[in-house]
Every structure is written in C-alpha cells, then in structure tokens.
Design a protein around this ligand. Structure first.
Ligand code: ZN
Length: 203
C-alpha cells in the first residue's frame, strides 16, 4: 500500500509556514513503515528536536484506479479517519532551504498516525467534514474539508494521473492552521464530527 500526503492544502496553514498558495496539489509520500495505528505510543526520535503535529483527514482507497475523473472520484473512497502527519520541522526547514526532498523530515518510522476508520457513508456531508485534534484534552487544531484548496475529487484525479491508486492506499489530505510542537508526555486525540477515532501518547 501507498501513503500519499497533500502539502499546503489549507490557505491559513500555507500562510503560517510562509508558503505560497499552490497552483497544483503538493504531493509527497510516506512508506508503509511510517504507519502508527490508533492507540500505539509515538517515541520521540533522537534526530529531531522540533517534531510537530499536523492533524489531517485521511481517506482510504476502495478499489484500483488510474486517470480517475473528478466526477467518479468519490466511488474510489471507502473509509475515512483522522490521522497525524508528524513532521520534523527543524529538518524540513533545512531541507527546504537547500531545495532538497522532504523524506527525512516527513516519512520516518511512525510519522503517520492513523485512527480507526468509519465508512464514508456515515458522513453527514462529504464536502463539509469537520475534524479536530486535542492535545492534553484541549483543542489544538480544528478544520473543515470545505476549506481545502483542492477537494478530495480533485486530489484523487490529480494523483491518479501519475500513480495507479490501489485498494487500501491512504491519502492524508493536508493540515489546517494551528500546527505545533509535541513534547514527551503529550496525549493526542483526533475527532471526526465529534467521534473520537485516534489516540496517541508521546513517549
Ligand atoms: Zn501534512
């Protein structure tokens, strides 16, 4: 399975990191060894002192597809949850300065926290999905998919021009504003429309 991530997909987040609003989706990938399942702790790695959370809606691909048209894109999505795209921001800043790829800062082991999935059919409105990250019981980040610069159908259509999407592939769809550092001892919880789907303790 493949993990796709979308960068800079919410205008206010692009702004908080001083990035331009992209004209096309910004795509990067993580390997399957990046996955960290709901309830498992995240061990703070020794190669960074600047790990940040990025809470994101995560979509699971239901069937294989290539060059998918936007109008059919939703039929390729089966399930959704909340995840965290952990980012070693200190490393990423250095890599960005040198215009180097981001993998060391984004694709390391356990950098893709994933919650429990729910069916896409259980959503009230697929185009307005509300989600939230709580840190130590307090709201740290909240977002709504209606604010995405590129919608899920646009993202699926774009990715599938370049990559065959396969059953079980995941798409991390970008983070809203409010990213921040984590510290050892933090308890992170991801909620989707009020349902608590993701839990992760930093150790
Ligand atoms: Zn992200």
């Amino acid at each position: 399975m493949k993990i796709f991530c979308i960068g800079r997909n919410y205008a206010l987040h692009a702004k908080e990191l001083n990035n331009a609003i992209p004209e096309e989706p910004v795509i990067f990938m993580k390997p399957s060894t990046a996955l960290l399942r709901d309830g498992h702790p995240f061990y703070y790695p020794d190669f960074s002192t600047g790990i940040e959370y990025e809470a994101e809606l995560v979509f699971k691909i239901a069937k294989n597809g290539k060059s998918i048209q936007e109008q059919f894109a939703w039929s390729y999505v089966s399930e959704i949850t909340v995840g965290i795209d952990f980012t070693a921001r200190d490393l990423q800043s250095k890599l960005k300065e040198k215009a180097l790829p981001w993998e060391l800062a984004k694709a390391f082991d356990n950098s893709a926290v994933i919650g429990d999935f729910i069916s896409i059919n259980d959503l009230v409105d697929k185009d307005k999905i509300q989600f939230e990250l709580k840190k130590n019981g307090e709201s740290a980040q909240s977002g709504n998919s209606a604010d995405m610069l590129f919608s899920i159908p646009q993202i699926i259509s774009f990715i599938s021009k370049y990559f065959t999407l396969q059953t079980g592939d995941l798409i991390y769809s970008g983070t809203p504003a409010g990213v921040g550092k984590i510290a050892i001892g933090d308890q992170l919880e991801g909620c989707l429309e009020g349902k608590s789907l993701m839990h992760c303790t930093v150790k």
